[in-house]
Design a protein around this ligand. Structure first.
Ligand SMILES: Cc1ncc(COP(=O)(O)O)c(C=O)c1O
Length: 411
């Protein structure tokens, strides 16, 4: 049979989270019998309902006529203006809604398509174009780059570098390993980070801008978790707050995490206008934009007291759950581990008796029904760790700790 599918797509596998979910669901009948029904600490998807105010606006819109047709891939004017207003109030960043913002069908779509506007695809490994990606980092980056016909180069985020590596050292390693400078197209940064929860300092954002200016590459800042923080005096930054930001950077935002709207698929990209414009052109051949009633609901929640209160209260609950989980792990004998000031993730070492992260998370699932993610899913620097996403209820967190204790999962 003639080979129909391209080499890039054939070289990737189903996104790790869906694989893990399928595995847990397959084990469910057996786990149910043992009183160990799966508790999902895998997907980074809040389980609470989105803000009621967003629903109220959405429901009203649904009854209107003339709003159910195609939008545009860039987004309706009112939606782009609402985003500009939010970027101003949250980060003091001025944006031109007409040229510096584009809607996204979730930031995952935006990241994947943005990578496609950068990479000239080839299967010739020697000549593939390169994007520097955080490691550990969001598992999809690498696969997005692969399907675009490029390759990724890991930027190691370690406790030693405080999760903010010196990029000049990373560049030197890349060159020493035979990397060609002219092949590098972009650097992806992601603060607050998935899977670590780590945030970055002002100085580090400036360092990233300087690095990209020096090497004439684009800076892709994934800010999907920018509003999931626990300290009002230590809010995550936007790359666009810093001098030169708009010259080299675009930033990706999402409605998924701050408003628990993961299923609704809405986000935006903003920043450098050539890059935003190029993405909008690509998207115009692929999608026709966000559903207009959803844009109205998103615009409303973005600049409302209800929206601000919702994320604030969700963060307060999240912090409480984080404390509960951290205390529980301490009781189970875990050594000190990094407790972030942002996101719903916890990143912890696996007990030393396990040979790999995968072995540990498999056993955790098979014995206790606890669905966690092995660290190696996030890159080579993730081996030896596992990630939990504390999006479940407090009761479920307590249940996880109890099960771990009963089933012998001490450190
Ligand atoms: C770092 C990061 N970026 C982007 C996304 C994509 O989010 P969405 O497509 O729902 O906006 C995720 C989802 O988990 C993520 O962890």
């Amino acid at each position: 049979m003639k080979e129909l599918f391209n080499d890039y797509v054939k070289s990737i596998s189903t996104y790790i989270m869906f694989q893990i979910k399928a595995k847990a669901n397959a084990l469910k009948p057996e786990l149910d019998k043992r009183n160990r029904s799966p508790i999902f600490l895998s997907m980074g998807a809040p389980t609470e309902n989105p803000p009621q105010y967003m629903f109220d606006v959405l429901k009203q819109e649904l009854d209107k006529t003339g709003v159910h047709s195609y939008s545009t891939p860039k987004g309706e004017k009112f939606f782009l203006e609402a985003i500009a207003k939010k970027m101003k109030s949250r980060f003091n960043v001025e944006l031109d809604p007409a040229t510096e913002i584009c809607s996204l069908l979730g930031s995952k779509e935006g990241l994947a398509n943005f990578i496609r506007i950068l990479i000239n695809p080839t299967t010739d490994k020697e000549n593939q174009e390169v994007i520097f990606v955080p490691d550990p980092g969001y598992a999809s980056y690498g696969q997005m780059i692969t399907i675009a016909g490029g390759k990724s180069y890991p930027v190691p985020l370690t406790p030693q570098n405080n999760y903010m590596p010196d990029l000049d050292e990373v560049w030197d390693s890349y060159i020493k390993e035979g990397g060609k400078p002219e092949k590098v197209k972009a650097l992806i940064i992601n603060y607050p980070n998935n899977p670590l929860g780590a945030t970055a300092t002002r100085e580090y954002y400036k360092h990233c801008i300087e690095f990209c200016q020096k090497h004439k590459i684009l800076l892709m800042s994934d800010a999907a978790y920018a509003d999931l923080y626990f300290d009002e005096n230590d809010k995550p930054f936007s790359i666009l707050e810093f001098e030169g930001g708009k010259d080299v950077a675009v930033e990706f935002f999402s409605f998924s995490k701050p408003y628990a709207m993961t299923g609704m698929r809405a986000g935006w990209i903003c920043g450098n206008k050539e890059a935003v414009g190029q993405l909008a052109v690509l998207k115009s051949t692929i999608d026709n934009g966000l559903y207009k009633p959803l844009q109205t609901a998103c615009a409303a929640i973005l600049n409302s007291d209800e929206g601000d209160r919702y994320t604030y209260e969700a963060n307060v609950r999240l912090k409480k759950k984080q404390d509960l989980f951290v205390q529980g792990m301490k009781k189970l004998g875990w050594p000190e581990f990094y407790v972030p000031n942002a996101t719903f993730y916890l990143w912890m070492p696996i007990p030393p008796r396990y040979k790999s992260s995968q072995e540990f998370t498999d056993e955790l699932l098979e014995k206790s029904g606890i669905v966690a993610v092995p660290g190696d899913a996030y890159g080579k620097y993730g081996e030896g760790f596992f990630r939990v996403s504390i999006v479940c209820s407090e009761e479920q967190i307590q249940e996880c700790i109890n099960r771990m204790q009963a089933d012998g999962f001490t450190y």
